[in-house]
Design a protein around this ligand. Structure first.
Ligand code: SF4
Ligand code: SF4
Length: 300
């Protein structure tokens, strides 16, 4: 068995958009991270759902990495690791999120070839190092590879698009394959939050539409309190897309994890008689009765 064969393991993973996609759960979803990242227009609408056009997909993995819910499964075929180091490749630029995750998963270095790493990589590594410092982690370092090694590597990996998907699959070590949920920052930095969930309690009617759609269980409602676990939020936009009152905003906010608690009251609706929860002291009707058309159910 060659050194190469020992080092590399073959993977057979098709890139697919799974039912975790917000668009599969909510027709009003505006999530477009994957669409924005795909440079090959390989993500297309099929009715209200998104699918991957396998004739156009190069398996670069950009969509998969960008998806906040790890809703795309497959393989970032052009990411090449050697002994725990990510090899520089000018044909793509890794994302900030990606570098933070690789670092947390044990990436030791970024190895450049004999030519210097390009400006795009330098910028994203600098940004990643800034965030890593905020996260109490050590920085990512870049090293040069020797000339002979680089040439053999270039010959070896060349251009994945021309050499075909099967080769790309076979050249990525299985140890760097992502598990389900593998592209969620919240999984790797449990003590921190990357986003703040800002709920406007003047507008929120506690209708709970967002609670039921949030795939990360950010919201927990108890007898008289609503807890918001900012550390779990992945900014999937499910809550902001569904909220009829526009009462939620998600803001980028990297810091130590903070859990917010909001008190509410229990009341009896003066219109329908049902018990309801409310943040507003002066409200006497439940959100259903408030939003009901006054003409609706009218006998006249
Ligand atoms: S980024 Fe993920 S959740 Fe958003 S539309 Fe694409 S597949 Fe769906
Ligand atoms: S709080 Fe909103 S944006 Fe954050 S994970 Fe839940 S639904 Fe998505």
């Amino acid at each position: 068995m060659s050194v190469l064969t020992k080092w590399l393991e073959s993977l057979h993973v098709e890139t697919i958009i799974t039912s975790k996609c917000t668009r599969a759960r909510n027709r009003k979803s505006t999530c477009s991270y994957c669409l924005e990242q795909c440079k090959h227009e390989a993500i297309v609408f099929k009715e209200h759902l998104l699918v991957i056009d396998t004739n156009k997909c190069t398996m670069c993995g950009a969509c998969m990495i960008a998806c906040p819910l790890s809703g795309i499964e497959g393989l970032a075929a052009n990411r090449v690791f050697e002994k725990g180091s990510l090899l520089f490749d000018h044909t793509y630029t890794p994302s900030l999120k990606e570098l933070l995750i690789y670092k947390k998963r044990g990436m030791k270095l970024i190895e450049a070839g004999q030519t210097l790493i390009n400006q795009e990589w330098e910028s994203v590594v600098a940004e990643a190092n800034e965030r890593l410092t905020m996260l109490g982690e050590t920085e990512i370092h870049i090293t040069m590879k020797s000339c002979s090694e680089k040439l053999s590597r270039r010959a070896l990996f060349g251009n994945f698009q021309t050499e075909g998907k099967q080769l790309a699959k076979s050249l990525t070590p299985a140890s760097w394959q992502m598990e389900p949920d593998g592209w969620k920052l919240s999984k790797y930095f449990p003590g921190y939050q990357f986003f703040s969930v800002e709920l406007n309690t003047n507008d929120c009617t506690l209708c709970q539409a967002c609670f039921s759609l949030c795939p990360e269980d950010v919201f927990t409602i108890n007898e008289t309190t609503l807890q918001i676990d900012n550390g779990k939020c992945v900014n999937c936009t499910s809550c902001t897309d569904i909220c009829p009152e526009n009462a939620i905003q998600i803001r980028e906010d990297l810091k130590r994890k903070n859990e917010r608690e909001e008190m509410f009251q229990k009341k009896q609706c003066e219109s329908c008689g049902q018990t309801f929860n409310t943040f507003q002291i002066g409200t006497e009707k439940c959100h259903v009765c408030i939003n009901r058309d006054s003409e609706w159910l009218s006998p006249y």
